[in-house]
Structures are given as structure tokens and as C-alpha cells.
Design a protein around this ligand. Structure first.
Ligand code: ZN
Length: 271
């Protein structure tokens, strides 16, 4: 049977990023919650000293409410939100951070380059409601770590999708077993040849780091890239004897990264 080697990204996919009519979530590891709308998702990582939100969906109250109710639904406490960590400065990731910061005084993290990019080059130039609307407290760079309680997020600079895009590696647990998870920050490859080359170099670099850290879990912040909605639905109904669909092993992670290479090849053909 031939299987898909890359996601199909259409104008409909791009439009659906703003559809706030439907949200879903699942506890995919004992300490990792995914919250999604149709095309974009964020993660909530539980630590011994509070919660870290990674990315924030879209700048609207509906997204904020969905994240908060998902946190409550899995039995965690929204008032324990301590940090908001962003992969990059696009509006579908900086998202509802303003509400998170206002409600919980979460400390915010992004690269300096993408903080400037977020402010100076908004993705929706004619729509002020999507412009930069909160401050970044900590500028992080390659090799930095973000710690809270028992968790450490390793930070990697992976430019290409945006000039200062970041990717992360951190551990998660299931039934007291610890696994390494990697989140590739920028899904869709850029359009210009130099940017695509930068993107592919970043991907190679991140794959090497993931290999060194024995990453066995591929996380995506866009559900369209990894059949995220279906994986969330599976995780919600998963029974105790069933495998964790996010745990794909080191070779699985390499194959997952190949999806982004294939997207790059597609872009190169269109130049
Ligand atoms: Zn983006």
C-alpha cells in the first residue's frame, strides 16, 4: 500500500487556522496535554512547579478559553501556568498569549530575532487584531535551557520558516517511563531559495540534536502536518493495552523529518 509522503496544504488549510468554532484536546502523555483547533495546536507541559504552555493557537479569547478548559478537564490547575514558550513569531503560534499573560502573569520566551520579526513583519498586515500584543520577557537562543521544576526544555535555533524560529526537545513520561520528545517549530517551508536552504540546514541540525538525545516522539504544532486531529481522537479513546501513537522511536522520528524535506522539494520544484 502506498502511503502519503507529505501533507497536502491548500488555501482551505490556511483559512481553517482562523476557525475557532471547534477545539479538541487529549492528554497524550502523563504530563503533556495537546489542545487543538482545526489546523493549529499548542501543548501544556506539567512540571513539579507548575505548567508550561508551548505556543498559543490564535489571538482570541475562544482559544484562551479552550486551553483553560482543557487544563481543567484533565485535572490540572490553570492558576499554575508559569511560562509561555513560543516556537516562532507567527500569529498562529504567538496566539492568545496576551490573555495568558494577563490572567496568570506567565513569563514569556521567544528568540529576539523573532520578537522583532513578530512586531515589524506581521503576517496579516491589514489586521491590527493579529499584531504583536504582548511582551517577551526572556530572549532565548541556541543551546539555552528553559527550566521549571523537574522539566528542562532544550532550545535550538532553527531558522528558515521564520528568521528566528526555535525548536525544542524535552522529556515526557508515561507510566513512570521517560521519553524524549521533539517539537519542530516551523512546519511549512519558506518560498525563496536561500530561505529553503536555511530551512533544510536547520532541519539537518535539529535531526542531529534529536539523534543525540534519543528522541522517540515527534510533536507538531500544526495538526495538518501529522494527522493531528486523528491522533488526538485516537488518544482520547486509547485503551490501556494500545500503543501511544506519538511514540514512534528514533527511526520514526527520522522518517517524520523526511516529511519536511519532501515539502521543501515540492517548494523547490515550484521556484
Ligand atoms: Zn509559522
Amino acid at each position: 500500500m502506498s502511503r502519503q509522503e507529505k501533507p497536502i496544504i491548500t488555501m482551505e488549510t490556511i483559512k481553517a487556522i482562523e476557525d475557532m468554532s471547534y477545539f479538541t484536546h487529549a492528554l497524550i502523555f502523563d504530563d503533556l496535554l495537546i489542545v487543538a483547533q482545526k489546523e493549529t495546536n499548542c501543548f501544556v507541559l506539567k512540571t513539579t512547579k507548575g505548567l508550561i504552555i508551548i505556543d498559543a493557537i490564535w489571538p482570541c479569547e475562544e482559544a484562551f478559553n479552550a486551553i483553560i478548559s482543557a487544563i481543567k478537564e484533565v485535572g490540572w490547575k490553570p492558576e499554575e501556568i508559569k511560562k509561555l514558550v513560543l516556537t516562532h513569531g507567527h500569529v498562529d503560534h504567538t496566539g492568545c498569549g496576551k490573555w495568558i499573560v494577563n490572567a496568570f502573569h506567565a513569563k514569556t520566551y521567544l528568540s529576539k530575532r523573532d520578537d522583532i520579526f513578530w512586531e515589524k513583519e506581521p503576517a496579516k498586515k491589514n489586521r491590527p487584531e493579529t499584531w504583536k500584543d504582548y511582551n517577551i520577557d526572556v530572549y532565548v537562543k541556541d543551546g539555552d535551557i528553559i527550566t521549571l521544576g523537574d522539566k528542562t526544555i532544550y532550545v535550538y535555533e532553527t531558522p528558515g520558516h521564520t528568521p528566528g524560529g526555535l525548536s525544542f526537545i524535552f522529556n515526557v513520561t508515561e507510566n513512570n517511563n521517560i521519553y524524549q520528545a521533539a517539537l519542530w517549530g516551523g512546519s511549512n517551508p519558506p518560498r525563496s531559495l536561500p530561505d529553503i536552504i536555511t530551512y533544510m540546514k536547520s532541519l539537518d541540525y535539529f535531526m542531529e540534536q534529536a539523534e543525540n538525545k534519543n528522541v522517540e516522539i515527534a510533536l507538531s504544532n500544526h495538526t495538518g502536518v501529522d494527522n493531528g486531529m486523528e491522533r488526538i481522537a485516537y488518544s482520547q479513546k486509547r485503551m490501556s493495552y494500545m500503543p501511544n501513537i506519538y511514540l514512534i522511536g528514533q527511526s520514526g522520528f527520522r522518517k517524520y523529518c523526511q516529511v519536511f524535506r519532501n515539502l521543501c522539494y515540492e517548494k523547490l520544484e515550484s521556484i
